[in-house]
Design a protein around this ligand. Structure first.
Ligand code: ZN
Length: 415
């Protein structure tokens, strides 16, 4: 089936550098679709053909780069929690006794469905590993991944002390590398001042490289200027020419560094190269958190400085309705809204919308973004105003094989 969508406004980051502009704005686009794939992207010529989308904004399928499907929706049963990250870890540790396969399946499937309804086509979840053996959640999420059209990746979230022993680190990496049934497996770790060891970091990188695994690390999720996990990983990755993708999440400590130290660390991150994932909701909720005092420090990593260096940067929900964050709903556009306020972002649609779309920034360094020849997974927004997007997060979803009725319903919903 062939379809044509005309007069769509695509973000500047998704268009080629030579795409024509008018009054500083990229010209609207005409997309040809054939059998669920995008076969041509060209500038609209002012004479609408096919379905006229009237300048509505459009994005690719949305990415949730950082979730915790094993912890989600547990807040209601946790009782009182000590404020801050370590209190949340303690409360979650106690809750793990309830993580049966049925419990995990029920909570995680609800999360996947909520993300799917918000337009997420690619979701990466971290899953706690607290011994050398895979946790129950590993197999449960793998089963759920087979029942959803979403691309679902699993990261083993291992405390760094487990990896300080080289043999133990190699064993965990081998289990992951041999797990060919999971759609994509990534080795992760929690690296924090409370458990830091430079030997553990080096074992982690060496084992991942030997096993052909990518890395996704919770790192420096704290406001200590002495936290040095990100700097250590960046320098070690460059020194050994780490062959895969490294993703580092949080990096809150960067916000507390003296300026020169922050700049040097970001230069190292850019050189490695490392993808940064900022998680504004959990950082706002957990950093500088104490009873009976309003937080002064917000813990957001250095988004603008990272972007200025060309560092791949994504935004994630992180924790949703668990010990680490009592609210949230797996909506990447809600995460963008929060980032606009906390990081004071401008040019959000044309520049920053890529932080919830660039699945290639989770993949191999050579991968790239683009619409052409890809499955027609589009997020059609009910707004034609790039200046105030996403003030209104109403959207319609186009997923590959889509009947014209879907478009007609969408077009009727446009302002
Ligand atoms: Zn996390």
């Amino acid at each position: 089936m062939a379809l044509q969508l005309d007069n769509l406004r695509l973000p500047a980051w998704l268009l080629p550098a030579n795409w024509p502009r008018q009054s500083g704005q990229p010209l609207r686009a005409r997309l040809d679709l054939h059998e669920g794939r995008i076969t041509r992207v060209q500038p609209a010529n002012g004479q609408p053909s096919g379905l006229d989308c009237k300048g509505a904004l459009a994005l690719p399928g949305l990415v949730e780069p950082h979730a915790h499907l094993d912890k989600t929706y547990t807040r209601r049963r946790l009782g009182a929690i000590t404020p801050g990250l370590l209190g949340a870890i303690e409360a979650t540790h106690a809750d793990r006794a309830l993580w049966s396969a049925d419990d995990l399946r029920q909570r995680a499937s609800r999360a996947i469905e909520q993300a799917r309804c918000h337009g997420v086509t690619h979701l990466r979840t971290h899953l706690d590993w607290w011994s050398a053996e895979p946790p129950t959640a590993w197999a449960v999420i793998r089963e759920l991944a087979q029942d959803t059209p979403m691309h679902l990746e699993q990261v083993a979230l291992v405390p760094l002390p487990l990896l300080t022993d080289k043999a133990q680190a190699q064993r965990i990496a081998r289990v992951l590398a041999c797990d060919t049934q999971a759609p994509r497996t990534v080795l992760g770790a929690f690296i924090h001042s409370s458990n830091y060891s430079v030997e553990g970091v080096h074992h982690l990188l060496a084992c991942a490289a030997d096993a052909g695994l990518d890395l996704d690390l919770h790192i420096d999720e704290e406001l200590s200027a002495s936290a040095c996990g990100l700097a250590t990983v960046a320098r070690a990755a460059s020194a050994m020419a780490f062959p895969g993708r490294i993703v580092c999440s949080h990096a809150c400590a960067l916000s507390t560094y003296p300026q020169a130290q922050a700049q040097t660390t970001l230069d190292d991150v850019a050189r490695a190269p490392i993808t940064l994932v900022a998680l504004p909701a959990t950082n706002l909720y957990l950093q500088d958190a104490v009873h009976d005092r309003t937080p002064r420090l917000r813990g957001l990593t250095l988004l603008k400085e990272a972007r200025a260096r060309g560092i791949p940067l994504l935004l994630g929900s992180d924790n949703v309705q668990d010990a680490f964050c009592p609210i949230g709903n797996y909506d990447p556009l809600a995460t963008v809204q929060l980032a606009v306020l906390t990081a004071q972002l401008d040019d959000v649609f044309d520049t920053w919308s890529q932080t919830v779309c660039r699945a290639d920034w989770l993949g191999q360094p050579a991968s790239s973004a683009g619409l052409l020849d890809n499955v027609a997974n589009l997020t059609l927004l009910h707004s034609s105003d790039p200046y105030s997007w996403p003030a209104d997060t109403t959207r319609s979803l186009l997923r590959g094989e889509c009947v014209p009725d879907t478009f007609n319903t969408y077009l009727r919903g446009l302002p």
